[in-house]
Design a protein around this ligand. Sequence first.
Ligand SMILES: [Zn+2]
Length: 245
Amino acid sequence: MAVKTDAIALTPTWEAYTGYAETAGPFENQVLYAMCRDNPAHGDPYVTAGKITAIGRIYAAAPERGAGSGREPGSLSQAIAVRLANSPLDDRLNAIAFAERFSKANIGQIVEAHRLLVQEVALATRGWSISGDDGAWSPRNQASFASKYLHFHRPNAFPIMDSYAKAGLACAGLKGPFGTYEQFCAGIARHVEGQDLSWTPRSIDTHLVIRGRAHLDRTGSLCRQCGVEFVRRPRKAKAVVLNSG
Ligand SMILES: [Zn+2]
């Protein structure tokens, strides 16, 4: 138990995420952290829609990407926000204490909250988009957006997933696949094994993105970080399996 207490004592506070460049990274991150600290809940779609738009656009992961056109004038962020107001997302987030660092103990809760958000985004998108009229159409899997959105609500718990971070894990010598958030989180768990407890999902992301950019840089034939010979694989959007309701 002592180890767990120490680990919690070492995680940054909201004050650090909203006031210190060393913890937050670029200033826009401080703004997004403060937005989620001050407006943590999902009961008011007006607020939630703004959080979705701000995080999605600053992180170039907006759910509008690949969503087609809406049937009504309202934004997709608004449609997602209305769904989230009636979802158990706040319960899932409240079950993870702010100070709780990502670990093998809470990875199940983290993956489950992420799965819920991806599902809600997909269902909202299908209902919002004209493309939803085509029964064969599936909204794009917004796993990267969901990881970023949840990260700003619980920055000590949720790792940020995108193509650079995945490439960074591969570059660091971890065996994939890292296609799903669950697989990605398992990779992060292996990556941080044995590291001293000063790491955060943000610090890991910063390191992995730098590494991943080098790993994906195809100007040479070898990665200048890990030395691996490059194999180019086409990126493919994955479909989301929708539950009814
Ligand atoms: Zn590499």
